[in-house]
Design a protein around this ligand. Sequence first.
Ligand code: Q0Z
Length: 302
Amino acid sequence: MNDALLTTSLGDMPLTARGKVRDLYAVGEELLFIATDRISAFDHVLGSGIPDKGRILTQLSHFWFDLLADTVPNHLLAKPSESLLAKIAPYRAQTDGRSMIVRRAEMFPVECVVRGYISGSGWKDYLATGSVCGIELPQGLRESERLAEPIFTPAAKINTGGHDENISYQTMVETIGAEYAAELKRLTLAIYAKAAAHAASKGLILADTKFEFGLVEGKIVLADEVLTPDSSRYWPAASYAPGGPQPSFDKQYVRDYLESIHWNKQAPAPALPDAVIERTREKYLEAFRLITGRAGIDVSGG
Ligand code: Q0Z
């Protein structure tokens, strides 16, 4: 098996952003989005990567962009020019199967989160206040319970590695304007409905997910990665049991290992044993196979 790709370096290509997992480069007018094999847990990037994770998540994003194409336009560049492809050709070992060439968008400074189930920060806020992002919820909900209707719970992006902050819809309106807020909310709920129905048909619950949108030539596009396990909570429907947290579909072996060694959750994050890496890789592949119906990922191209 090929080793995990942990860091990219593309000569003098300008690095626009480096996230916990993805690296974004400027290539002329366009952007090159590379999903590395880095994995985070408990808010830290771990010392080991998961081989092919970036390919699996990139190809899963592609699947969803295609499935959603009649619901929302996206930031993928339809046909990269020969000159653009020539610029990145020297770096194919770092990009094949794990990169997307995307159009530069003016990003909305809001994470568009949708929850069909009450979990994570939504559960924390509900316990503290009875509501999430100003949306009052019925009393007596159990952790991980299905909501009567999916709710739109926007968050403000916090750049400095911190957690995004849940905000009210009114705050979103004040940040980006009423018309854009309404359209992003509508799109977020429509995308979730379509994606959750597809996931359900494959035996998966899409508990929640988050989208980022931007403007390209004045039109709203779905950007970033979409509906990957890094941006979404997937639960196997067969073992769903409200009344507590659900095991993570993809990262549970990682979390269990990190708990077992009593890591203090301060940098530097530990490396993972080979067995944990291999079992986790299989979970990402299992998610990919279930959702796409394909046997496996492509290792070249993209
Ligand atoms: C996405 C991010 C990543 C770190 C900027 N189409 C676009 N146009 C302009 N900007 C972005 C996009 Cl997707 C954009 N991010 C999030 C991605 C590494 C942060 F790969 N930041």
